[in-house]
Design a binder for this molecule. Structure first.
Ligand SMILES: Nc1ncnc2c1ncn2[C@@H]1O[C@H](COP(=O)(O)OP(=O)(O)O)[C@@H](O)[C@H]1O
Ligand SMILES: [Mg+2]
Length: 261
């Protein structure tokens, strides 16, 4: 993987919040390279800066210090950047406007596209994207977000990714607000998306077992810093940093034995 070109590079990236005595680093001098088509998991306890780092990469959060490079260049204008980098967040309802039908929300994805697409073609692409996430277009398109479950909404966000076809996807705890049954489906769909579109994925998760299975490399964050990064065998089975060792202790013993088999 590391022989592929870097698609996202961070050099001493920092994000400062607050001012005066209350000033603190949510992300502190973080450096990394993520290569084309890699799956990277970011793990770390709540408040360690994972979402802030994701928002910086998405240009939703200003960078206080350091440099972010996308394909070895400074990021493009946001609209162009978002054709290239997209995200699925924890709360799917927050990503949709409550007052618009699902059809209108999905149509808005085409606003990011450069070329004009005619109405019939848009409709066909939306239907194809919904089928990718096992949803029936005729049952869903005229509905409003409040009529759907969290799992359904998360699948719609994945359908939206199929429409936009970004090169990089950031999935920020995408299954933490859905039921266990939808969780496995959503994970499968994200991995399917990666296989079909050859995307690079940044997976932010609490689930170290999941990170172990799906990632090429794992970044461990603590207090805004990446304290350890490496392949899953190295980070999970032979962690170098005491913080990673402590994180692993939170995994029930049974699961740890299972990881090692
Ligand atoms: N907009 C903000 N203003 C001030 N503090 C923030 C803001 N966003 C996040 N933080 C703080 O930054 C730290 C990192 O948060 P976050 O990136 O959400 O962590 P994680 O995703 O790892 O749980 C936390 O202490 C959080 O309270
Ligand atoms: Mg978070």
């Amino acid at each position: 993987m590391s022989d592929r070109p870097a698609v996202i590079s961070g050099r001493n990236l920092s994000c400062l919040f607050g001012s005066g005595k209350k000033k603190f680093h949510a992300v502190k001098r973080v450096s990394f390279d993520i290569h084309d088509q890699e799956i990277i998991s970011i793990v770390g306890e709540s408040g360690s800066g994972k979402t802030t780092l994701a928002r910086m990469i998405l240009l939703l959060q200003p960078i206080s210090e350091g440099t972010l490079l996308i394909n070895n260049q400074h990021p493009l204008h946001p609209k162009k950047h978002w054709q290239y980098v997209q995200a699925v967040f924890q709360d799917p309802f927050a990503s949709f406007n409550q007052f618009f039908t699902i059809k209108n929300q999905l149509l808005s994805a085409f606003k990011l596209k450069e070329s004009k697409i005619d109405q019939k073609d848009k409709q066909a692409r939306i239907e194809a994207a919904l089928l990718q996430v096992n949803m029936s277009p005729e049952k869903i398109l005229e509905k409003y977000p409040f009529e759907l479950s969290g799992g359904q909404m998360q699948r719609l966000l994945i359908a939206r990714i199929f429409l936009i076809r970004p090169r990089i996807l950031i999935a920020d705890e995408p299954t933490s607000m859905v039921d266990a049954c939808s969780r496995a489906t959503i994970l499968d769909m994200l991995l399917d998306l990666k296989r079909k579109l050859h995307m690079t994925i940044i997976f932010i998760t609490h689930d170290i077992g999941l990170a172990y299975y799906v990632s090429d490399r794992i970044f461990v964050m603590r207090n805004g810093s990446i304290v350890e990064q490496g392949g899953p065998n190295q980070v999970i089975l032979h962690p170098a940093h005491s913080y990673t060792q402590r994180l692993l202790q939170d995994i029930p013993v049974l699961n740890r034995a299972w990881l090692q088999n």
